[in-house]
Design a protein around this ligand. Sequence first.
Ligand code: SAM
Length: 226
Amino acid sequence: KFSDRLNKVASFIPRGTFFADIGSDHAYLPCSICLQDITAQAIVGEVNEGPLQRARETVSDNHLTDRIDVRLGDGLDILQPGEVNAVVIAGMGGSLIQSILEKGRLRLKGVSRIVAQPNNDERNVRSWFSSNGYVITNEVIVEENGFLYEIITGDKQAEGQTLSERQQLFGPRLLEHKSNLFRKKWERELMKRRRIIDQMQRAKAPDVSKIAIFEKESLWIKEVLE
Ligand code: SAM
């Protein structure tokens, strides 16, 4: 069975899109999209040889070599400006996604949509979106193998979007609905912060400013879950 997480990511790529999947590993996502939509085309980027080989194999096993181009390289370096309309970056830490976007900023010319699925530090992605004219048009949480993943879609729009610190942490669209998975995620995050605060307080020289940040966030979480 294909991954629920990647299926959901795929649902944010409109039919007929020419998109890039950066850090694709097996290339399951672009192959699944191109098998379902004969008008879709993709460029796959991988920085590591092993995953690159796996991507090439999946693409050729599925007879998609004419529509999926697999390239070796770091982040967005593999793209020429204007080549694709959308970019997917899934299954990495939020700060790595942010740094890939920042480093490749000038290669995003013509990219009207970015779909990001950070495994953590989601706020780094949101903060990059809001500083670079991408408005968050959709956010969802999916559960797979006991993990909760956020999928964040940003669309380039002239007016842009400013986000408060809370919106960056929780997600402006996720805050509008507060789904069951959203509650589950933030109940877990609250427990995590309680544990961390507890550990930090027992340290020989507690870092009071760090503790204060976790306490402030814990308060926000409690308010949001009310
Ligand atoms: N995107 C797939 C998914 O969501 O299932 C695979 C995620 S996998 C955990 C992360 C992949 O990103 C690895 O194959 C790794 O080689 C690749 N990667 C990490 N840093 C990268 C970078 N700077 N540029 C391109 N690929 C990168």
